[in-house]
Design a protein around this ligand. Structure first.
Ligand SMILES: [Cu+2]
Length: 374
């Protein structure tokens, strides 16, 4: 918890520096991409062996930037017979309550009556372990599956009596099965492009009736953000475009997460819409650096959990869950030489967020991933 004085005197901290460097990276991406391929010295081309797939007219998934930054889901397809297993670890840190696009002090909404709430969430850590599989029965069609384990921890402060407490929950999150269909493939000497459509089905494997101990009521149903997922059937449509030059690559994806039914507790998460664009530059055969911007917007919860007590904390209000965010992120992809294994890391932070608050804002996030194709 930040002291009040920090709100008025905020020295350049690590987070601000990181946001600044991410912003600079994003602003300079067009400069990297603007580098005309034709201006490369010819000798440079000889560094790439044709066996690596680099000098063919076809799109190559074998180069480090042959995959998007690791935070992009369903970014690539495989050739017929291709298998891939992947593991991603995601961490997100949330702190500071937002109302609209500005952060507000907890004392602005929580305290003794007549404040609307007594308890303020002060920070939250979200961790996710995602296991995924891909299999391509044909060159055009790739099937995907994913499940994840979620670990949540939230700290609170009761501003009426000063008491602090923590709630935690962990377990299986929502799962998905999907298909990616590549409908466009444009080979070229200088520029290769591809595009695919995706459709995933969300499986309601997350439990949304997790309990926790809260001072006052004791053991009780935890508020919405402490449940392990949406717990509803839904679909995830997506459209992905990929481009590849000799040493650079770029892409974009539009996707949505649309819930089609209420969960076991009688409510439904708000739909989520996302657009992301990235550019990457390959430094050599095995490493590439990327910058990405992602805009997302998501709705409030429809309905409500009848077993959730009317707790005096904003996290128990289904109409304080929606929001929009613009994230900037930078990443590195490694194609481990001599293998079909990859590792990747991406780190990002919101450049702007506008939340139906008071609601905890995102502070920064990271995703670390490993992928094995065979
Ligand atoms: Cu794959």
């Amino acid at each position: 918890m930040r002291r009040r004085s920090d709100l008025f005197f905020s020295p350049p901290n690590k987070t601000n520096l990181m946001k600044f460097s991410i912003l600079i990276s994003l602003l300079t991406t067009p400069l990297l991409l603007a580098h005309p391929a034709g201006s490369q010295p010819l000798a440079h081309a000889a560094d790439n062996s044709p066996s690596n797939g680099d000098l063919t007219r076809n799109w190559s998934g074998r180069r480090p930037d042959g995959h998007a930054p690791i935070g992009v889901m369903g970014d690539h397809t495989h050739g017929a017979g291709g298998f891939m297993l992947s593991y991603r670890y995601m961490f997100m840190r949330m702190e500071q309550n937002y109302d609209g696009d500005t952060s507000i002090a907890d004392s602005n909404f929580a305290g003794p009556p007549p404040a609307p709430f007594r308890v303020a969430p002060t920070d939250m850590d979200m961790q996710m372990h995602m296991l995924g599989g891909m299999y391509a029965p044909t060159d055009r069609l790739t099937l995907t599956g994913m499940f994840n384990l979620v670990d949540l921890s939230m700290n609170h402060r009761n501003l009426a009596n000063g008491m602090r407490f923590k709630t935690e929950s962990s377990g299986l999150g929502d799962s998905s099965l999907g298909a990616l269909y590549r409908f466009w493939d444009s080979p070229g000497q200088i520029r290769k492009e591809r595009a695919h459509l995706g459709l995933g089905i969300l499986l309601p494997t997350a439990e949304v009736d997790r309990q926790g101990v809260i001072p006052g009521p004791g053991t009780t149903r935890l508020p919405y953000p402490m449940q392990l997922g949406a717990g509803s059937w839904g679909i995830v449509p997506s459209l992905t475009y990929l481009g590849q030059g000799r040493d650079w690559s770029w892409g974009g994806q539009l996707s949505a997460r649309i819930y089609l039914a209420d969960n076991d507790e009688g409510y439904r998460h708000g739909n989520r819409w996302e657009a992301t664009v990235w550019g990457a530059r390959r430094l050599n055969k095995w490493i590439s650096l990327s910058a990405r911007a992602t805009g997302s917007t998501w709705g409030n919860i429809r309905g409500s959990d009848a077993d959730l007590l009317p707790l005096p904390v904003p996290t128990a209000d289904p109409k304080r869950r929606g929001g929009s965010r613009l994230d900037g992120s930078v990443g590195v992809n490694l194609q481990i030489p001599g293998t079909r294994a990859r590792m990747a890391l991406e780190v990002g932070a919101p450049l702007w967020q506008d939340l139906d608050g008071p609601q905890l804002g995102s502070e920064w996030w990271t995703i670390l991933g490993a992928q094995f194709a065979f």
